[in-house]
Design a protein around this ligand. Sequence first.
Ligand SMILES: [Zn+2]
Length: 264
Amino acid sequence: MNCIFRTIRIPLFLLGGFFLSSCAIQLEDCAGPLLNTQNLLSIQANRFFEGPQAYLVLPNPIDSPQLKLFDISQLNESNFRSAQLGVGLPELQNFSALENSFLKVRLNSIGDSPDKLVGVSELSAASKDVTHPKYSQVMAYHGISAITDYVESLGFSVDRSRELYVMVRSYPNPDPEPNALPQEPSKEMNAYYVHNTYSRKPRYIQLFGDVKYPLGADRDVFWHEFGHLFNESITANRGIDDASERGAIFMEGGGQFMSVLLIT
Ligand SMILES: [Zn+2]
């Protein structure tokens, strides 16, 4: 690789506005392509035809260029249909759930019964109602697959050493002990990424809140949570957010950066 280093100097000012000094940042100019957009576009095109297709409102009904609906009650069938975009669901390895060897989409818990999960034959029905938990499952599979393609086309790799379970209406404990008491979906609206690094269990993305406009209808939520997995992947499975509260705060910004700036 043909690289040169360039130094830029940034003036520092005291609060009073007097010029004090300057600090230097070393930038690296590389001759090779940093962002292989052509590669990304061809991956996206291939992905659409690679697996079954679904139709989603992207990134969500509020931020959709066609809808911009803050009142979901106005979401009638015709304007919803006109806002739906086709997405491919690549690498599915099961006809009765949205899953492959790494990514497993669930409703409440790891051990969901099959009737709670989206089968391949249900994709068009599941795409019709943005408030339905099955729609959230389709969005989860699409969202995580699309962002994984994105970062991998940039040249990064995503750590798949432990599986990723995504629960779109999670129970508080999605992996209960045998014979544990029955659980209810949480009313609290929130989303977590759970590393499970030390227990060596699968990773979880848990979405909470069975509400009118659920988090699972919003692709940005999955991209934010994926930001934590990406951070883990590029830091030898540790995660900057594991480094005390300051690391966690830093990484919340990183996760948000991923959801806001990475546009398909
Ligand atoms: Zn976060």
